[in-house]
Design a protein around this ligand. Sequence first.
Ligand code: ATP
Length: 204
Amino acid sequence: MLEVKNLVFAYPGQETPWNFNFTVEPGQCIAIHGASGSGKSTLMNLLAGFLEPQSGDILWQDKSIRHLPPWERPMTSVFQEHNLFEHLSVEANIGLGIHPGLKLSPADQQAIERGLQSVGLGNFGKRLPGDLSGGQRQRVALLRAILRQQPVMLLDEPLTGLDSEARDLLRQLLLEQKTQGALIVLASHDEEDRRILADSVCSL
Ligand SMILES: Nc1ncnc2c1ncn2[C@@H]1O[C@H](COP(=O)(O)OP(=O)(O)OP(=O)(O)O)[C@@H](O)[C@H]1O
């Protein structure tokens, strides 16, 4: 279980701090819902370890992960910037998520190929991210997160801007991740995403 307990944070000069509280079980998705500027990305950054809370705790399977650096947390994230390495092929970008030294087994390579097919990018493995559209980059970032196979996925507007076909495809992929036990924290403005994917909602 992921537990966020009285997680207090304010940016310098901010009068009223946030105080985040929720729990989510593996195999479930919690949607983080709120107006623009309400703190959804801030919460994601706190969970990922890119921001340091002033107090409170984050527990994973009853152990505090609050002081762990991002790379030691049981999490993978897709944030709005996508963070793809522009000089590396799509395949290598995804492969780096699986193995930081790109020492990929034939099974890893097969998983990448199959994954690219499943998000409609079967022939795009050798391309550079700069040659992809925004929506295609988004699909690569999401696939990389999925193939990292961490127990918790932090998704900040992962489907925004995609056409309806790609959106349906990726919603399906995320539902499959849930049935395989993935815990998803989803920041989304989209009511349909929340209705289809979320088991609970945290309103900010
Ligand atoms: N580095 C920062 N320093 C100071 N204030 C910040 C910083 N980053 C964000 N904020 C402020 O914190 C508030 C919450 O921002 P955040 O990006 O978390 O909102 P959001 O709910 O994700 O918004 P959106 O839906 O538009 O992406 C905003 O008022 C924003 O201006």
